[in-house]
Design a protein around this ligand. Sequence first.
Ligand SMILES: *Cc1c(COP(=O)(O)O)cnc(C)c1O
Length: 381
Amino acid sequence: MSLEPSATESRAGGILRIDLGAIVANWRLLKGKLANGADCAAVVKADAYGLGMAEVAPALHKAGCRVFFVALAEEALALRALLPDTEIHVFSGATADSLPDLARQRIVPVLNSLEQIAAATAFARTSGTALAADIHVDTGMNRLGLEARELAALAGDPGRLAGLDLRLVMSHLACADEPGHPLSARQLAAFHAARAQIPALAGATPSFANSAGIFLGPDYHFALARPGAALYGLKPQNSAPNPMAQVVRLQGKILQVRDVDTPMTVGYGAAHRVTGKARIATVGVGYADGYRQSLTNRGHAYLGDMRVPVVGRVSMDLIALDVSQAPAAAAVPGALVDLLGPQHDADALAAEAQTIGYEILTGLGRRFHRVYVPAKESQPA
Ligand SMILES: *Cc1c(COP(=O)(O)O)cnc(C)c1O
């Protein structure tokens, strides 16, 4: 292996390192927390939360993960091309238009409404074979899933499910990242009640917990958990330390360093005023790369162990860091600063940007030189 940077690496304004071994370790940690032999799936929607489904999904499959979730039919079809023999579920379900492709590719739609159920049963009738499908029960998220009146309609007319080979019955928690939130217990009770209300659902595999739900304890585990965020190193609970391995390191490259010693301003809008002697490093990462504009005068990076603040406005391709306190030899053109890394993870940057870690990861741009650290070969879990 050469220690010289590759051409694309030396031309890029930033280097994004994604540790597939850490993702696999996180999946194993979550699976190990599950009670009663529950299985652990992986949610790889939105290009595996911005980290690259084409690399992430095969690494998890190799480690023993056999059940994957995506949000959209297009994502499911792309995943099927990567993993010909694994179980794939699609949260947004199916329409009459997408059902033939999904069925041909053995992709299981999550049915979220009576309309989706009607389209699926009609498709099963015309195709003459049972259609594998999941049922999503809304227990308090009020986003997707069957509402109480739709459950009552199903309970009163089980024939509405004719032709479906029911696989999962699932629901989704709204406040699992706040342990003790009363809505979680209400959702749990509603999930049990829905399964009891509709006998056809009794044989389906129950799935309830996302990343945070796993940390609410065994009552929330059921047969299949569906973590996404925690696989990618985001913290599953707001108030507790993060037990997940760090997955992402984003380094920005210093393009120029300038000394300023008269009162002047930095960047667009003159949003930062330098009063004394200061050294400013310009780094080749900006909002077009997902380094959000709300980090203007708020974000921090690390030059080695030194925390350095973003000064002035984040521009499309550039940010400026005040490196006045850093050793002169460290802040030089070509040096790398950690924008995301062990000292400052996606949750920490998100707090500075007034958003959530999920949005930082899914917003990571396409211009970085991406490096995937492979998972070590080991026995499947
Ligand atoms: C995105 C999603 C998940 C994963 O949630 P995380 O908080 O990322 O673990 C699970 N279930 C559903 C229905 C989802 O939409």
